[in-house]
Design a protein around this ligand. Structure first.
Ligand SMILES: *Cc1c(COP(=O)(O)O)cnc(C)c1O
Length: 431
């Protein structure tokens, strides 16, 4: 359920016609809906209302400050995977105690910054990382709260590139090997073991893999307690899928029922790390049709958004529904079209043989379900500026990230001292 609906033949974001935003900020741009973010957060949080649980929004799905702040004001904590994300979360108002730091490659500098900020939990992914956290915390005279991310050897059944819980994936520590990690952690005075963590992947559309992982983690908690460890928190990760086209992922209630059934009796606080579920369907990418062509019988629609703006189709073969901003007539013929971007790569294609009513140059299209892993994964490939992000709230909208200027793109680079800038190519000249 989202708040991007047609009204009188015009696609609206809540109460704002998308075309009005396009007039204001130009295309392409991302548009987010506050009401949709709120609804997704509230439905998810309500599913866990009966148990002690903290929802730590996985910031990597969409790290815009306004998105994080919207969720933080509803009570969300944050799951972060870098110092940059941690700084964003804190800047957006997430209390440091509600921040979980995940990821396999935390650096000394990141660990130092996180201890300085006083975050709630480090999810440890290797023995070497545990040693580094202990060393840094010891030097700082602090105690680092840690959970070990245990690899359950569960296949999430989603895309190979976004599965993380199989034994040869780079994530987590296998069981029972992690038992040794806990033994080592318990001996480290600068480390406080607070719990266990598991995360098996992303865009998971059936409850089975979750149930398997949760059952597994319940067994792990039992074994760790038998070893004498205090386990008061279970971090169940994220990964719940969303409908892009015809997927039918479990509902938050179904997901929560599985979690509570498998681990609810252990007397632990639960940490949930949804990313995509909260933001995916709360965002669209709006683009303009630039050119139409016929490639020997294939209808090609060239738009002004590219794979640098939304890389999911190119990277994961992901599919986004693409709809016209001006609603097509009910009886319009929807001929298959390849919808492509301007980037010089064959993979810069958003859809193949997508049924699309007739369009003309200058028409606006919206790619749905673009709120997660859209702008957060965007780049300036082909020296294309990062596109604006707009947040809608009822009848209001605000530009929460303006379009990057060419001047700022060039200003971020410098000539090597032995190079004389060619005349006319100084960034000043084209500012
Ligand atoms: C990416 C990630 C998440 C969020 O995954 P979604 O599929 O977006 O819900 C949660 N936890 C960890 C550790 C992650 O790496």
């Amino acid at each position: 359920m989202d708040h991007f609906q047609y009204r009188n033949g015009e696609l609206c974001a809540e109460d704002v016609p998308v075309r009005r935003i396009a007039k204001d900020v130009g295309t392409p741009f991302y548009c987010y809906s506050t009401a949709t973010l709120r609804r997704h957060y509230e439905v998810f949080a309500a599913a866990f209302a009966g148990v002690p649980a903290t929802v730590c929004y996985a910031v990597k799905a969409n790290s815009n400050l306004a998105v994080i702040a919207t969720l933080a004001q509803l009570g969300a904590g944050a799951d972060v995977v870098s110092e940059g994300e941690m700084r964003r979360a804190i800047a957006a108002g997430v209390p440091p105690k509600k921040i979980v730091f995940s990821g396999v490659g935390k650096t000394r500098a990141e660990i130092t910054a996180a201890l300085d900020a006083g975050i709630g939990q480090f999810n440890v992914e290797s023995d070497s990382e545990l040693a580094l956290i202990a060393e840094v915390a010891g030097t700082m005279g602090k105690r680092a709260p840690v959970a070990v991310r245990v690899n359950p050897n569960v296949d999430a059944g989603s895309h190979d590139k976004i599965s993380t819980g199989r034994k040869h994936d780079k994530f987590g520590i296998a069981w029972p090997k992690a038992r040794e990690t806990y033994r080592a952690a318990a001996k480290l005075p600068s480390v406080e073991v607070v719990g266990v963590a598991v995360h098996i992947g992303s865009q998971i559309t059936s409850v089975g893999p979750f149930t398997a992982a949760f059952k597994f983690i319940a067994g792990v908690v039992g074994d760790l307690r038998a070893d004498g460890h205090t386990i008061r928190r279970i971090d169940l990760g994220g990964g719940l899928g969303i409908p892009y086209l015809d997927e039918t992922p479990p509902s938050p209630e179904e997901y929560a029922r599985a979690a509570i059934r498998e681990v609810g009796h252990l007397g632990c606080e639960l940490v949930l790390e949804p990313g995509r579920l909260l933001v995916g369907n709360a965002g669209i990418l709006v683009t303009e049709v630039l050119h139409l062509k016929d490639a020997e019988g294939v209808r090609i629609v060239i738009v002004d958004a590219g794979m640098n703006d939304l890389v999911r189709p190119a990277m994961y073969g992901a599919r986004h529904a693409i709809i016209p901003v001006a609603e097509a007539a009910r009886d319009a013929t929807r001929e298959p079209a390849d919808i492509v971007g301007p980037v010089c790569e064959t993979t810069d294609r958003f859809a193949k043989e997508w049924p699309l009513a007739p369009v003309r140059t200058g028409d606006l299209l919206a790619m749905r379900s673009a709120g997660a892993y859209g702008s957060a994964m965007s780049s300036t490939y082909n020296t294309r500026p990062l596109v604006p992000e707009v947040m809608v709230n009822g009848g209001d909208f605000a530009v929460v990230r303006p379009r990057q200027s060419f001047a700022s793109m060039l200003a971020g680079e410098a000539m090597a001292p032995w190079l004389t800038p060619a005349t006319g190519l100084r960034s000043k000249a084209i500012r």
